[in-house]
Design a protein around this ligand. Structure first.
Ligand code: 4AD
Ligand code: MG
Length: 457
């Protein structure tokens, strides 16, 4: 039976494998022809490191195989694991039989063995998962998804699925993708759903329904925003984790978010060591230390009003001016996390007017029980709040925000029938992957990025 290269190279006790037969498969990274034998560096994506395969010239059909052994070709090998004389790996595979599955033209293959820019690699997204960086990104991404389920399941949150097709603009930003089956969509009553529908920008409102019966839930699904943002932090299609907790206030919300972020970071520090060392060496020097600092110290807390003060006194020229009541730009968020706090910081109690209608009004009447978590290098990674559970206050907010009451009848009824204090947040999954890997651009931490003008593959 075939085994993954990871099981060989990361075996608990490699010496116990010496002399054992193994059957592996993968893609050739490099070949070195040493006349009486050839070295193949084989990778199957299960781990960063390659398995060294030695192909002796005495192997039958060696002469006809050799020209086919080129970078990018796929093959299966059976042989014996032997102690490696090289210092990079404990074991290597001495081939007894080798079969090329798919050859690869070494001249035309776009992924030649050299450094490519991330921009170029995006244009060959069908091949870029075979690069060291993309492989490491996708393994860390996988570990973060698993950590997400581990964390919430261990706290008895139910994993629920909220709709992708929806009629409601949860965030009120109006940045939604319309769904239609009509060529000329003037008469909406003839459209598939008989009314305007969109791809969801957030599962929160439906999440609140489910939390109003099941206590604690979380979603983990695709999210769509038709923002015309060309930044390294925005995608048109991204994944979001949205926990929602009943019988919870803003304080419980912030605690949950901080614990969840730390759990994820701890998980990758423990489970993805080889990949993190790679990022530390080639992508962000000091990454592992930065992540260890995140786990070991409490996050900072600053109310919005105080943050505005800090920014006004900052020894720094910002592109966008700050004043009480304005939304913070990424330059302000990054200053607070990177330079002022030098660690993740939770900003709370934003002005009601710059946040969504559903956030709970504070006693000052001007601010809401909102919280954003800002982290160095990225800015906002989490946005959350306590929700308005008081029917009369919510009704007033719907009027103030010029929303249509009839669109929210069910949301209001949740406040009429057994309303409870509740709170939740949303974490942008790709921003978490950026945070954990030190990668610079969000387009390089999702296999097939969608952003304005780009929906290839
Ligand atoms: O702050 P946002 O808009 O909050 C919500 O959608 C709430 N309904 C969440 C909740 O309380 N349940 O988005 C949440 C997070 C942001 O903090 C950011 O990390 C990420 O989603 N995000 C994006 N990530 C990539 N590309 C985009 N265009 C993003 N927009 C938001
Ligand atoms: Mg936000």
């Amino acid at each position: 039976m075939r085994i993954k290269i990871k099981e060989i190279l990361h075996a608990k006790d490699p010496s116990s494998l010496i002399g054992k037969d193994a059957h592996v498969a993968g893609w050739i990274r490099t070949v070195r022809d040493q006349k009486s034998f050839a070295f193949i560096e084989l990778n199957d994506g299960s781990t960063l490191a390659n398995l060294q395969v030695i192909v002796d010239a005495s192997l039958p059909s060696y002469a006809s195989l050799l020209p086919e052994l080129s970078t990018g070709a796929s093959l299966t090998v059976s042989g014996t694991l032997v102690e490696s004389p090289g210092k990079n790996q404990a074991l290597e595979l001495k081939a007894a039989s080798l079969r090329i599955l798919g050859s690869c033209d070494p001249v035309r293959y776009p992924l030649q063995k050299k450094r490519h820019s991330f921009e170029f690699l995006r244009t060959i997204a069908h091949l870029r998962p075979r690069t060291n960086t993309q492989g490491a990104v996708l393994r860390v991404r996988n570990a973060l998804a698993f950590a997400t389920h581990l964390f919430f399941q261990s706290k008895s949150f139910l994993y629920v699925q909220t709709p992708i097709i929806t009629g409601s603009d949860c965030e009120g930003g109006g940045e939604m993708f319309r769904i239609t089956t009509l060529d000329d969509s003037k008469d909406l009553s003839k459209d598939f759903f008989g009314k305007p529908t969109y791809l969801t920008v957030s599962g929160q409102l439906e999440g609140e329904i489910l939390a109003s019966a099941l206590s604690d839930i979380y979603t983990f699904g695709p999210t769509f925003r038709a923002e015309n943002s060309h930044t390294s932090r925005h995608l048109a299609e991204f994944w979001m984790i949205e926990p929602e907790m009943s019988f919870a206030d803003l304080k419980a919300d912030m605690e949950c978010a901080e614990n969840y972020l730390k759990f994820c970071v701890r998980h990758v520090l423990e489970q993805c060591r080889e990949d993190l060392e790679f990022f530390d060496q080639f992508i962000e020097k000091g990454l592992i230390q930065r992540l260890q600092n995140v786990v070991s110290a409490p996050f900072a807390h600053i109310p919005y009003t105080q943050a505005i003060d800090i920014l006004k006194k900052a020894p720094k020229q910002f592109e966008f001016p700050v004043d009480w009541g304005t939304d913070l730009q990424s330059e302000h968020e990054r200053f607070l996390a990177e330079e002022y706090c030098k660690k993740p910081v939770i900003l709370t109690d934003y002005p009601a007017a710059i946040k969504s209608f559903y956030m709970r009004e504070n006693t000052d009447g001007k601010t809401v029980a909102a919280m954003d978590i800002l982290v160095p290098k990225i800015g906002e990674i989490i946005g959350g709040s306590q929700r308005e559970e008081r029917l009369d206050v919510l009704e007033k907010k719907i009027i103030d925000f010029k929303l249509k009451r009839e669109d929210y009848w069910w949301y209001l009824e949740l406040r009429e029938y057994g309303s409870v204090p509740h709170a939740g947040f949303g974490l942008g999954f790709e921003r978490l992957v950026l945070f954990a890997t030190g990668m610079e651009n969000i387009r390089d931490v999702i296999p097939f990025p969608r952003f304005p003008g780009h929906a290839a593959f």
